[in-house]
Design a protein around this ligand. Structure first.
Ligand code: SF4
Ligand code: SF4
Length: 353
């Protein structure tokens, strides 16, 4: 029996840019990238017209059409069927039971805020995932003290980021303090290495980070095929929505790199400060509203950055640390692009590049 339709799988969703198209495959964690020549064909398949209509549209390019359909089939992007209605599209929607989905807590040598008081509030907002970042060398005893506070909280997972090498046996000891540790990332390591045979993932990275200013980098490798990010990106800012941060001085912020804050943890009503952060308009700036990104086929799989902008005075400008050009489809080094020079100076990023 000959099937009458070729459709994309529900887990393969096309996103159209000004020149290129990305088909985001959430089940296999792949992003398929196509140039403008295939845009119309992808749109027609996506509209679920019949094969007969497709063949009529490409009557003089029948072999080419068959080749491309075969390619989509081979790559696991789509299939032939007679039962289109049995394969409904994934609804584009997003919600989350937590008012704060995750939080970043930064620590320095002189950090003196109470982790316990923050966790009490984060439990109220049902925050289950925490990232702890240590950009300076922290005595191990302080690390143990910080982690032990989490034993009594509702937090489910902790991701640790360090800027100096900590021996493996010391990392294992941290896990004895709390088994909520999900991952450890160590920057400035001698070489890249993944240790995956422990209850938590350890990544050693031979990459330098200095402080919170190292955040916000957007490269091809940073694109994510998580369905959660894809859906959230349609409605909110995918880096700042329902997230809060405490910088190393104890200031409540949308992210530690922001140049404004809502006051210190140590003074006043912490819940109100968190609510102010959650309700700030920056948390709702969508990729489709951002200059350049709105034309980019990666806009739903790319984590945004609102702290470092190509035009610092324009909250809707492109992330500074992205070197992708949606018109050419080329990734270039962002830090040497002359149009970014003024912004690099404005954020004083030169010494961390
Ligand atoms: S807004 Fe930028 S600097 Fe802040 S957490 Fe997001 S990516 Fe990092
Ligand atoms: S930051 Fe914008 S232009 Fe760069 S890859 Fe992401 S969506 Fe595309």
């Amino acid at each position: 029996m000959k099937e009458n339709y070729f459709i994309f799988f529900s887990n393969c969703i096309p996103v159209y840019g000004v020149e290129y198209t990305a088909i985001c495959d959430f089940q296999n964690g792949k992003i398929h990238h196509f140039d403008s020549n295939l845009k119309e064909l992808i749109q027609l398949i996506d509209s679920r017209i019949s094969l007969k209509q497709l063949e009529n549209r490409y009557i003089e390019e029948k072999d080419g059409l068959a080749n491309f359909l075969h390619y989509f089939y081979e790559k696991g992007i789509g299939m032939y069927t007679n039962e289109v209605e049995s394969f409904p599209r994934l609804p584009i929607q997003w919600d989350h039971p937590s008012k704060v989905t995750n939080a970043i807590l930064d620590f320095g040598i002189e950090t003196d805020y109470s982790v316990k008081s923050i966790l009490d509030e984060l439990d109220y907002f049902r925050c289950k995932h925490i990232q702890l970042r240590f950009f300076e060398v922290i005595p191990l005893q302080i690390l143990h003290d910080v982690l032990s506070v989490f034993k009594e909280s509702d937090v489910l997972s902790i991701d640790l980021i360090f800027n100096d090498d900590i021996p493996l046996f010391e990392l294992k000891k941290l896990y004895l303090v709390t088994s909520k540790i999900n991952s450890v990332t160590i920057f400035n390591a001698k070489e890249d290495q993944i240790v995956g045979n422990l209850p938590f993932l350890i990544s050693y990275l031979n990459r330098k980070i200095s402080n919170e200013k190292s955040c916000g980098l957007i490269t091809k490798e940073h694109l994510s095929t998580g369905l959660h990010l894809f859906m959230e990106s349609h409605f909110h800012n995918n880096c700042l929505n329902r997230k809060i941060s405490i910088d190393k001085d104890g200031n409540v912020k949308n992210c530690p790199s922001m140049n404004w804050d809502y006051g210190r943890v140590q003074t006043g009503n912490l819940k109100e400060k968190i609510l102010q952060a959650l309700n700030h308009e920056v948390t709702q700036i969508k990729k489709s509203e951002i200059e350049v990104c709105r034309e980019c086929e990666f806009r739903m799989v790319c984590t945004d950055c609102r702290a470092y902008l190509e035009k610092p005075s324009d909250m809707y400008s492109k992330p500074l640390k992205c070197g992708y050009n949606p018109k050419t489809g080329i990734w270039e080094e962002w830090s040497t692009n002359p149009i970014k020079k003024d912004a690099i100076g404005f954020y004083a990023l030169k010494h961390i590049i």
